[in-house]
Design a protein around this ligand. Structure first.
Ligand code: C5P
Length: 285
């Protein structure tokens, strides 16, 4: 058995997020398109005598090492269901802002499931890990795969489809460094179904017929989002949108030079914000 394993926990984007219905359990039925990025947090697991956890990296101070952490919850859940002792030293390198709509905690939990599956020699399939991961959060199953997909239900009914954006499409992320509460933003949704995803799967359909229905309630809670969307709209972007429940917004560019020029423009306008020049990437975990 390997004694140390390490993997990226890729950031996710919701290219579109249509909210269809508030359910009796408080969750919402969605239709959403996910893609994954070449950047993310990084998780390392080592064989150890007990379960221990450490957070390092640029956003380490924003996150407490406590039992609520999704990584520890993932480890305990997997150990319980696999009937094993659940021992490991886990190191999370937190590179992404927390509570920012790009998957962070869900991607970290998904990486913990994938890596501990190997460290503990369980040999579970990704499907089985994804199914278990749903108990940790609606986005955990898609993050287990980190492959371009569409999701319905609360985000757990997953269909893999051909990516609208091919691998290495340049993407710029901008976050105002304000954590936003996903439950509060879903609560602020106006309850009006604005329609299903269209049939067409193209950049034009993405631009013209798809939306993120959580944008208005996210802007109401974090008005800086409107300023970011405006500024990204002033660049040569193919698509500008908020991801998930925000506050991270993203823009898609035809080439890296245009993306990098947009990053300089955004950094000059918002010197205190977090930006990341990245690209789409499908993983084969
Ligand atoms: O599942 P997860 O813990 O990521 O969801 C966080 C919160 O976001 C939920 O407690 C719920 O308030 C809201 N949510 C929702 N509908 C979804 C997904 C999340 O209302 N489909």
């Amino acid at each position: 058995m390997p004694s140390e394993l390490s993997q990226i926990a890729p950031a996710k984007l919701n290219l579109a997020l249509h909210v269809r219905r508030r359910r009796d359990d408080g969750y919402h039925d969605l239709e959403t398109l996910f893609c994954f990025l070449g950047h993310g947090d990084r998780l390392t697991v080592q064989a150890a005598d007990a379960l221990s956890f450490e957070i390092i990296g640029p956003f380490a101070n924003e996150l407490a090492v406590d039992e609520d952490n999704l990584v520890l919850r993932a480890a305990r859940l997997l150990a319980k269901h696999a009937g094993c002792a659940g021992k490991a030293h886990i190191v999370l390198e937190k590179n992404l802002p927390i509570a920012s709509g790009i998957g962070g905690g869900s991607a970290d939990a998904a990486a913990a499931l994938r890596l501990l599956n190997r460290l503990w020699g369980l040999d579970w399939s990704l499907e089985r890990l994804a199914k278990l991961g749903l108990a940790l959060g609606a986005d955990v199953p898609v993050c287990v795969y980190s492959r371009y997909c569409e999701a319905q239900g609360v985000g757990d009914v997953i269909t893999f489809s051909a990516p609208i954006l091919p691998d290495n499409t340049p993407i710029l992320l901008v976050n105002p460094k304000q954590a936003v509460s996903t439950p509060a933003i879903f609560k602020g949704w106006d309850g009006i179904d604005k329609g299903a995803l269209p049939e067409a799967r193209s950049l034009t359909a993405l631009q013209q017929e798809m939306r993120n229905d959580l944008t208005p309630s996210a802007v109401a809670i974090c008005p800086e989002i409107a300023g970011i969307l405006d500024a990204l709209g002033d660049t040569d972007a193919e698509l500008v949108r908020m991801s998930g429940s925000g506050a991270t917004c993203f823009a898609v560019y035809a080439d890296r030079a245009t993306r990098d020029a947009a990053q300089r423009f955004l950094e000059a306008r918002f010197p205190d914000y977090w930006t990341l020049a990245s690209h789409t990437l499908n993983y084969d975990f």
